[in-house]
Design a protein around this ligand. Structure first.
Ligand code: FAD
Length: 480
């Protein structure tokens, strides 16, 4: 059993994986100017597992349930509300302590625990056995993962079997004694370029004639036939940007192309059971939206913090309309936290696996996604136009300009002009930059679009109980 060091993790990524960025094959993702940031972000999980602070180490590392050896806590399936609480705390603390979300073992185990739950209900012991043996493999090798669920989908109005070609959804093209051969492309996969293994799940409910699309498996990222095309993103903080306490972090997404990739049978967790594709996608969505809620809490706390700090630095914190806006922002954050706690406290049990309450988890995800842009707008309003127009750090350091910028760019006398400018720079980053626009899209689409949450809320809400109450109050017997 192992808890790898950040260096061992970095070394494991030098494995001849085929990753492209800007049309070029990346030689080494750990040193590439942009993917290095993804590597450092994912390495954050391994840094925390070796933290000098025993409280942090104990949060991220736990004893193996049978052998007692240290393993990543992500590799302990949740059995109780306390386990779900620890999982949520780990995700939140990852962001607070490193400044970026490592986001690998969490999404990977969201997928694996959904696979285990579905295998139990499918009555296929071989799938459950394989999933358990894969979990041991993860524990032993301390692997970083990505969850590849979203297909490229082609025409959204047509199911997989009715597309103009069969490859818009990943599917099985051959089965032999060694395993299955798959073809297709998964898209937007967070952290894929720096994942050791890729976990693949179906993205939607499949029909009777879509057995070949009902497929789930795990495979190393450097397997023959796998090619990744990464989105570009910003590099490290440049000399024109004001310094900050934490480095620039973030994970790049990739489109993963599977060109007839052989998946050994021992890593296949679903193959043909179309009747269970919905259950798998639905259970993954619940686990994963809970992960989304957990990482969003520190994000929105920081955004709220910028609003309060900017109000103070601009000397407007006591103005009536500013207080009203801060109340809205605080209520948004605290409602999210309350929903997360409620989802933890009332899990749904499948066998011995605890799933965060699906109704409340979807309400929490819908809450943060549907109101996020409004909250950003309030922070932009409170902060003033300077979050888009501030001079650069190079201007600030220029001898001729410095004194004048200092003279003119102060706010409340409680803070120096430089402190105000640093807070403006942070606020620019979280509500007025290219990265903040990216975060707005992540909020809407990450963990599934809002309509998907509405569908699950509709399915999980006690609508007939509400109806019966109203019928009883009106003195009517419900029909059916
Ligand atoms: C930054 C980022 C990171 C992500 N990370 C991951 C990841 O790690 N792993 C992963 O698997 N996925 C990931 N995703 C994918 C995410 O789950 C999808 O973006 C999301 O599910 C929406 O799918 P889509 O992008 O194909 O949009 P679309 O499906 O095209 O959705 C666009 C709109 O069309 C609507 N729509 C779609 N189909 C229908 C239909 N049949 N009928 C009516 N309306 C329809 C949707 O409700 C939505 O309003 C990520 C996305 C982003 C933006």
């Amino acid at each position: 059993m192992a808890v790898r060091t950040p260096e061992e993790f970095r070394e494991s990524l030098r494995d001849n994986r085929r990753v492209f960025m800007y049309g070029e094959l990346v030689e080494d993702v750990t040193t590439h100017p942009i993917l290095k940031i993804s590597t450092d972000t994912a390495a954050g999980d391994f840094v925390l597992a070796h933290s000098e602070d025993p409280a942090v180490r104990d949060l991220f590392v736990a004893p193996h349930p049978e052998t007692g050896e240290p393993i990543s806590r992500y590799f302990l399936p949740p059995h109780t509300p306390e386990d779900l609480e620890k999982r949520s705390e780990m995700i939140g603390q990852s962001i607070r302590l490193t400044g970026g979300l490592p986001f690998g073992k969490d999404v990977g185990t969201d997928a694996l625990y959904a696979i285990m739950t579905t295998a139990q209900r499918m009555g296929k012991p071989e799938y459950l056995e394989r999933a358990r043996s894969y979990l041991e493999h993860l524990r032993k090798n301390d692997l970083n993962l990505c969850g590849a669920v979203t297909d490229v989908k082609g025409d959204r109005g047509r199911p997989p079997s009715q597309q103009v070609h069969p490859d818009y959804y990943l599917h099985v093209v051959d089965r032999n004694k060694d395993g299955i051969v798959v073809r297709g492309a998964k898209i937007h996969i967070t952290g894929a370029p720096v994942a050791n293994d890729i976990l693949v799940l179906p993205t939607r409910q499949m029909r009777e004639d879509e057995g070949d699309y009902s497929v789930a498996f795990a495979i190393p990222a450097n397997t023959k036939g796998i090619t990744m095309v990464c989105r570009p993103s910003r590099g490290e903080r440049g000399p024109s940007e004001f310094p900050a306490a934490l480095p620039v972090l973030g994970l790049a997404e990739a489109m993963i192309i599977f060109d007839d990739v052989l998946i050994p049978w021992e890593r296949v967790f679903m193959c043909g059971e179309w009747q269970y594709s919905m259950l798998l996608a639905y259970t993954f969505a619940t686990y994963h939206r809970f992960t989304g809620v957990s990482y969003k809490i520190p994000d929105v706390e920081l955004i709220a913090g910028c609003a309060v700090a900017m109000a103070e630095m601009n000397g407007i914190e006591r103005a009536g309309h500013i207080r009203a806006k801060l109340v809205e922002i605080a209520a948004y954050v605290e409602t999210l936290k309350a929903l997360a706690t409620a989802a933890i406290k009332s899990p749904v049990m499948h066998g011995d696996l605890a799933i965060p309450n699906p109704l409340i988890t979807n309400m929490a995800k819908l809450h943060f996604a549907s109101r996020y842009h409004e909250i950003i707008k309030l922070v932009q309003d409170i902060s003033g136009g300077i979050i888009s127009t501030m001079p650069t750090y190079l201007d600030w350091q220029n001898e001729e300009l410095h004194k004048r910028l200092e003279h003119y760019l102060g706010g409340s006398p409680k803070y120096t002009a430089e402190e105000r400018l640093r807070m403006i720079a942070l606020t620019h980053h979280v509500v007025a930059s290219a990265e903040s626009a990216y975060m707005e899209v992540v909020t809407v689409h990450g963990e599934g679009p809002m309509e998907a949450q509405r569908m699950m809320i509709y399915a999980e809400s006690p609508l007939s109980e509400y109806r019966n109450l109203a019928m009883a109050a009106a003195g009517i017997e419900p029909h059916g």
